[in-house]
Design a protein around this ligand. Structure first.
Ligand SMILES: [Fe+2]
Ligand SMILES: [Fe+2]
Length: 144
């Protein structure tokens, strides 16, 4: 079963953000599956974890940069708060990758995905991303 289902991911007012969120949740589901297969003893799954973690970091960078560019464009008042959270999560993902490279500890990685990353994504979308998308939508409507 997939770790994150489409119904768990809130829809926001901007399509490009919904696309990025769908991609992020697909990557989390793939990682979750690789971890499960790895815990069952599948070595080829374990080997795919590092490139996927790198791809997740890179996608997060572009996903966050797209939101930040929109926030700058419309002078979003909570830019610092929202972009600061992006920065924090990129640092976290980078240290998770480093930990994985050093230890290869599947249980530690499983706990991070299950207890931290999934909840973070859902919370972040339902709070900061939702408010940002609403603000951008209203800005564009009033400018039209
Ligand atoms: Fe987002
Ligand atoms: Fe965001």
């Amino acid at each position: 079963m997939e770790r994150l289902t489409a119904t768990q991911i809130p829809t926001v007012e901007l399509d490009f953000m919904n696309h990025d969120h769908a991609e992020a949740s697909q990557q989390i589901n793939s990682l979750d599956q690789l971890i499960k297969d790895g815990l069952a003893g599948d070595l080829s799954s374990q080997e795919k974890i590092e490139p996927l973690l790198i791809a997740m970091y890179e996608h997060s960078e572009t996903h966050f940069a797209r939101e930040e560019a929109e926030m700058m464009r419309v002078n979003f008042p909570a830019y610092g708060c929202h972009s600061g959270e992006h920065k924090r999560v990129l640092e976290e993902l980078s240290s998770v990758l480093q930990q994985w490279q050093e230890s290869g500890d599947l249980n530690q990685l499983a706990a991070y995905v299950d207890k931290t990353l999934c909840d973070w994504l859902i919370n972040h979308i339902s709070t900061m991303d939702t408010v940002t998308a609403m603000f951008v939508g209203r800005y564009d409507q009033s400018a039209a």
